[in-house]
Structures are given as structure tokens and as C-alpha cells.
Design a protein around this ligand. Structure first.
Ligand code: G3P
Ligand code: CA
Length: 281
């Protein structure tokens, strides 16, 4: 692999957090690399509890090009890193509050600090907390690039946080909600964006996705073909897929020219892509 490129991205990230002096942002440089990018889905989520700081640290250590996370707004409007709308699957909230199906949107940000987000995965992760988006960014951006998936909350809050942390040029933001993607583009035209989709990928959907300002089409791997990857490329866009854990499927997609693979097993995907950690140093 291109050792220089792999070194260049974190160096720029560390030194200034922005690339506003240059025409090409840190994120754009990463996207333009002539190799398939490996994205750790919800962190290194087979090795550590999804969407927690240990899962993010493990993904960075593995050498993932990007680390994906999901965020939702708390009742007081703080972006909190959690996938589901309710707390039951990945926290101990039901036991703690003796109530099931508590919505994330009804909890105030300070209340998340009381929750255990690791015990459900393995006892060794008890005491792991639900992170805020800010805490997650601090861990991931030390050695990788964050793929921020918005599940709920307005675009302005996310853009403001990224701007305050000087990360607008150094992350990728994605959503299934294309109005949100378009609003991010309006507020921060240099922010790298992905339009997420899950069902049949038609030309008219590609038209709509492209109009948001997204440069990446991130699609469910079950609904993507070689022809559709070609169609995405003809528009000058990048084609990413989620969630690929099967080695043979990954090989097939790489053969078709896929640009990014979002996976729960980033180490395996790095192997499939012919990447080893020493290549990257
Ligand atoms: O990165 C895309 C993928 O994460 C979308 O699905 O449900 O895992 O957020 P989900
Ligand atoms: Ca996600």
C-alpha cells in the first residue's frame, strides 16, 4: 500500500485538524486513494461492545481507514453515540430504571453517564459508558477518520460541533435521511458526505442522492451489482457498501471496483484487501 498516503492523512489531522489552506481536504484525500477503504462498523464491533470507546480504540488499532458510529440526540440536544432508538439492547437501562423500551430521545445527556453499555457484550466491559459524539471523535480522530452516521438530530448541531473541533475537513458524515445530508452540504460545503440507502438502487435514486451534494453512495450490499457500481462511478461518485462480513462477498465486490467496505470485522477485511498493519506504517 501507499505508505506515504497512509502517513500523510494522520499527520495532517494531528497538526492542524483542517486543510483549509489546501484545495483538497483530508477527507477528500482519503476518499481519492486508489484502494478499497475499510470501515469498522460501529467500531471493532465483534471484539468490543458496538459504539463504545473500547470498540473505537480497537478499530483504530486494527488500522481501519475509517471508523463508523451512530449518533442520536438526547432530550437536551446532545449528540449521543448509540444505534437503537431505545436503550434496551445495548445498555442496562431496563434493569436500572425498571422500565423497558426507554427512548434515547427522552433521556438527558447526564443520565447516559449512569448507564452500562458494555455488560451486555461481555462482563469484562462492564463500566463502559455510552459516549457522546464529542468523546468518540476524540478517540477515533487520534488515528483514523470518523464516519459519522446521524440517526436523529438536526444538521446544524453536528456541523457546529465539527466546526468547533476543527474537524469539518477530516470526517465523513452519512445518513439515510437525504434532507439532512443536503442540509449538511448547505451549511458546510466542504464536508464529505455519504447518502445511505437500503433497497433497490435506481437511476432516479442516484439522481436524488447526487443532488444532496454527497460524493459517496453507501448502499446495502444485498442490493448492489457490478452495473450499479459502474453507474455510480460514471457520475464521479464513490461506491461503498454495508455491512460485509463474508470474505467471498468482499472479494467479489472488490473485483467489481467497490471503493469502501463497511464491516464488523475490519481486520478480516484488511486481510482480504491485501493490507497488513506493517504496510501502513
Ligand atoms: O454504515 C451504514 C450502516 O451502519 C447502516 O445501517 O443499521 O447499521 O446503522 P445500521
Ligand atoms: Ca450505522
Amino acid at each position: 500500500m501507499d505508505r506515504v498516503s497512509r502517513l500523510t492523512v494522520p499527520l495532517v489531522l494531528f497538526s492542524c485538524g483542517l486543510a483549509d489552506a489546501a484545495d483538497v481536504t483530508v477527507a477528500e484525500k482519503l476518499l481519492a486513494m486508489p484502494r478499497v477503504l475499510i470501515v469498522a462498523h460501529r467500531g471493532d464491533s465483534k471484539r468490543a461492545p458496538e459504539n463504545t470507546l473500547p470498540a473505537f480504540a480497537s478499530a483504530v488499532e486494527t488500522g481501519a481507514d475509517l471508523v463508523e458510529l451512530d449518533y442520536r440526540h438526547s432530550a437536551d440536544g446532545v449528540p449521543i453515540v448509540i444505534h437503537d432508538e431505545t436503550l434496551d439492547r445495548t445498555t442496562n437501562a431496563a434493569r436500572l430504571y425498571r422500565r423497558t423500551k426507554m427512548p434515547v430521545a427522552e433521556m438527558r445527556s447526564r443520565e447516559f453517564e449512569k448507564l452500562d453499555a458494555g455488560l451486555w457484550f461481555h462482563p469484562r466491559y462492564s463500566d463502559v459508558r455510552v459516549p457522546t459524539l464529542e468523546q468518540a471523535l476524540d478517540v477515533i480522530q487520534r488515528g483514523s477518520v470518523t464516519l459519522i452516521e446521524r440517526k436523529s438530530g438536526d444538521a446544524a448541531t453536528c456541523v457546529r460541533l465539527l466546526s468547533e473541533k476543527r474537524l469539518l475537513d477530516s470526517v465523513v458524515v452519512q445518513s439515510f435521511d437525504w434532507k439532512y445530508v443536503a442540509e449538511c452540504h448547505r451549511l458546510a460545503p466542504r464536508l464529505a458526505l455519504a447518502a445511505l440507502g437500503s433497497k433497490e438502487l435506481t437511476d432516479s435514486k442516484l439522481d436524488d442522492a447526487q443532488q444532496t451534494g454527497a460524493k459517496i453512495i453507501a448502499w446495502n450490499q444485498k442490493h448492489i451489482s457490478r452495473q450499479q457500481i459502474d453507474a455510480i462511478h460514471r457520475r464521479g461518485l464513490r461506491a461503498w457498501v454495508y455491512t460485509v462480513n463474508d470474505v467471498e462477498r468482499a472479494r467479489e465486490l472488490i473485483g467489481w471496483g467497490i471503493d469502501g467496505i463497511i464491516s464488523d470485522v475490519p481486520a478480516t477485511m484488511l486481510d482480504v484487501a491485501g493490507r497488513t498493519k506493517s504496510d501502513d506504517q
